[in-house]
Write a protein of this length. Sequence first.
Length: 256
Amino acid sequence: MRIDVVTLFPEFVAQCAAFGVVGRAVERGLLAVHGWNPRDYAEGNYRRVDDRPFGGGPGMVMMIEPLRAALRAARAADPAPARAIYLSPQGAPLTQARVRELAGRERLILLCGRYEGIDERLIAAEVDEEISIGDYVLSGGELPAAVLIDAVARLQEGALNDAESASQDSFEDGLLDCPHYTRPVVHELGRVPEVLLSGNHAAIARWRRAQALRRTWQRRPDLLAKAALTPADRALLDAWREEDGPADGGGPDRPA
Ligand code: 4FV
């Protein structure tokens, strides 16, 4: 997979792709990440990439031409067609399902805004999709781009070792993840649940599924509607609703 990132801070994105699973995916040739700086395509002595917003108001807006030139250079750098994604709070929320779809593509071009954002005409002309990583405002699109790169990198075939398999990820089947434990079995903070020491893989799988389901029911009941639930899952949920009444989204460690 090839990911080109249009950003005023290419060194930042390069660093994000240099560590851990992402760095290893790059080393293994499963992923290539290239940065394109609009300032390299800006005209004039000051190489402007931003200007004041029409209609007034605070802040600056990124100009069309430096971005467009950088995008075109990125497109021309490889014959394979690329999907252009603009990371912005106006985008569709990023989900694991969307990550899975994007991870199967050959090329992505990620457009990172700064300041108040970029000229809307550039978005209309060059952007295939807008994605948001959350309902909050960052100072730039580079961190969201790094988030997306990390999420698709670890789904590249061969990026994760067996022990790290993505198959048991959170959201893999639409549920939150179950709790995890490792040595020591006994600690002043508590004991590892017995079933996990039993070697009974069917019982362990049932326990983990029930834990994941209960956490999802308590903390993110909104996810249950989209999750792939089994009849056994539904029976458990009915029993919990019977016992505890409707989930209030408040878990043991979250205010209702
Ligand atoms: C953002 C987000 C985000 C908005 C103005 C960059 C900033 C600045 N991007 N998910 N949340 N972007 O806050 O994707 O240009």
